[in-house]
Design a protein around this ligand. Structure first.
Ligand code: PMP
Length: 400
């Protein structure tokens, strides 16, 4: 009965790793992977995560019962505090409802399903370009997906004018997806004063902000700094949604731990919104897994572990920033034609190199360097050892 099913293409991002794994070359480098790697190219489990897991394992009172539909209550409270700030008026006034969801993706999807059912304007504007999964997550939830201009290939920076024009002509009430920090794939973020202009425009038009926060702390090494954009919107008393992921900043990728928060106008509304979130979640996966959320809650509620986390987080962010500088300096030293300063200006895990599809294909074929065809490279996949090989490849691609 399934004979007519056609072969689907590989996921454009995860497919890069599939191709990398098949390549027998000893010099191959995977810059497609969206996960942190050490200087030795290995995945990293944070020390503080190991410590938290030890505590959990050794606690005989811990059982494996189902969590409530919206997840672990402590985790939810601590997650809201982490993104909105411990002094957030919205939290103080009980205007926030938070549900533990399946990492960033699951949080986006639950938020999207809720909006498709309960929000009057079913159009969402996402940046062009954006993380490849956004379109599908929102479209499959039943929202109509449109784009707003974001990246300017000419400057390899923000197309701020285009962004403002597109949001200004969006229908009033439309939902707008915003990357809280470390925009993926471009690494280009608005400045704080640009965020303020975006906020004013969106509030004046009644556009609903939906923040995707997949890199809090991972961009600058500072958890508060990376949440500034979100906090600006919450400070004005208006509504917003925020999807948080602990994949990158706690290295909990496969634990699938994240949270969806909805900031409402009043505590009353927040209670009703939560009741509807439960109706969205229950038939999807009933309730979320317990282990990852317990790790996060253990770390966030203990000041000593929290501090250890921030130190380890900063070390990851700093290594990535240092890779940016090493790559930039090496390209300069080699005299590779072009202005490569965007490598050190861009923020977060990725650099949008500006290399085109043909150049990427050439680098993969001749140098065994793997990346997405849009020229995005993961700085976390790079090390001092692999920088010279990458520079040789880029040099050959742009001069060849
Ligand atoms: N949003 C963005 C912008 C991302 O880059 C990612 C991860 N690549 C996610 C959401 C979701 O990640 P996860 O579901 O693993 O938390």
């Amino acid at each position: 009965v399934f004979a007519a099913v056609v072969q689907a293409p590989e996921d454009p991002i995860l497919g890069v790793t599939v191709a990398y794994n098949k390549d027998p070359s000893p010099v191959k480098v995977n810059l497609g992977v969206g996960a942190y790697r050490t200087e030795e190219g290995k995945p990293l489990v944070l020390n503080v995560v190991r410590r938290a897991e030890q505590l959990l394992v050794n606690d005989p009172s811990r059982v494996k019962e189902y969590l409530p539909i919206t997840g672990l209550a402590d985790f939810n409270k601590l997650s809201a505090k982490l993104i909105f700030g411990s002094d957030s008026p919205a939290i103080r006034e009980n205007r926030v409802t938070t549900a533990q969801c399946l990492s960033g993706t699951g949080s986006l999807r639950v938020g999207a399903e809720f909006l498709a059912k309960h929000y009057h304007e079913r159009t969402i504007y996402i940046p062009s370009p954006t993380w490849g999964n956004h379109t599908k997550v929102f479209a499959l939830a039943g929202l109509s997906v449109k784009t707003y201009r974001y990246y300017d290939p000419g400057t390899r920076g923000l197309n701020f004018q285009g962004l403002l024009e597109d949001l200004a002509s969006a229908p009033s009430g439309a939902i707008v997806l915003l990357h809280a920090c470390a925009h993926n794939p471009t690494g280009v973020d608005p400045t704080l004063s640009q965020w303020e202009q975006i906020r004013q425009l969106m509030r004046s038009k009644g556009l609903l902000p939906f923040f995707d926060s997949a890199y809090q702390g991972f961009a600058s090494g500072n958890l508060d700094a990376d949440a500034q954009s979100v906090r600006m919107f919450v400070a004005d008393g208006g509504e917003c949604l925020a999807a948080q992921s602990y994949a990158k900043n706690m290295g909990l990728y496969g634990e699938r731990v994240g949270a969806l928060s909805i900031v409402c106008r009043s505590a009353d509304v927040a209670v009703k919104v939560e009741s509807q979130l439960k109706l969205v979640i229950r038939p999807m996966y009933s309730n979320p897994p317990i282990h990852g959320a317990s790790i996060v809650a253990t770390i966030l509620k203990d000041s000593d572990m929290y501090n250890e986390w921030t130190i380890e987080l900063k070390a990851m962010a700093d290594r990535i920033i240092s890779m940016r500088h090493q790559l930039f300096e090496a390209l300069r030293a080699k005299g590779t034609p072009g202005d490569w300063s965007h490598i050190i200006k861009q923020i977060g895990m990725f650099t949008f190199t500006g290399l085109n599809k043909e150049q990427v294909a050439f680098m993969t074929k001749e140098y065994h360097i793997y990346m997405t065809s849009d020229g995005r490279i993961s700085m976390a996949g790079l090390s001092s050892r692999t920088v010279p090989h990458l520079v040789d490849a880029i040099h050959a691609a742009v001069t060849g």
